[in-house]
Design a protein around this ligand. Sequence first.
Ligand code: AP5
Ligand code: MG
Length: 217
Amino acid sequence: MPTYIVLLGPPGVGKGTQAKIIAEKTGLSHISSGDLFRENIKGGTELGKLAQTYINKGELVPDEVTIAMIRSRLSRPDCKGGALLDGFPRTPAQADALARILADFGGKVEHVPCITASMTTLVERLSGRWTCRAQGHIFHQVYSPPKKPSVCDVDGSELYQRDDDKAETVKRRIQVYVEQTAPLIAYYRQRGLLAEIDGERTVEEVTADLLAVLKHK
Ligand code: AP5
Ligand code: MG
């Protein structure tokens, strides 16, 4: 049976950083809704144009288009063995839709680790983040600096600061998380799937906790 994992947590807590490591260690496909939107924006698709108007303001892209995008991504062959979902679901309607989608694929959500950190930490991590233009590899100017400034260690492409990492937009993204996504903590706790993970530690310590939750050595 495929293994589906939902990684929950506020903007900047380290979901993308951890998902890349865990995907490599477990062989699961890493599906980031934010990365999918950014690929569409880069490609100039209709979906990208629509998504950009919401992302730039720090608002959520409407459920209907987000759910359709994820359904289509999860139906690709590389998700046959399951997937690690990063940034989806973000509303109770998306969580209900995910349950229906996975049931169609003969699976269900198995674990929901939720990484937590203080507001100060989130802002500090987002304001120092540098993202790779080609494949979304993640760096931080203090905590995980690239070997050469502005160059991705992994693929040599240019590093950039995301438009939605501006102070004003970050504030709104965190507010949107509290209002619209945090209810998923209770949603998954009620279903016995939630595991809270302290994100105020090194990347390696957080990874170790995540692997313990997923029972993966
Ligand atoms: P998305 O791209 O998902 O952004 P997000 O949830 O705001 O999260 P981030 O990617 O900003 O942070 P992260 O938790 O991945 O942290 P990271 O690992 O990079 O979404 C963007 C937008 O798309 C949304 O605002 C919305 O508009 C739209 N969208 C996406 N999904 C949607 C959905 N389902 N429905 C509707 N709309 C949707 O780490 C951050 C920094 O911290 C990095 O610099 C990293 O190096 C550093 N760091 C990480 N861990 C540590 C550590 N342990 N110690 C020190 N530094 C660390
Ligand atoms: Mg991310």
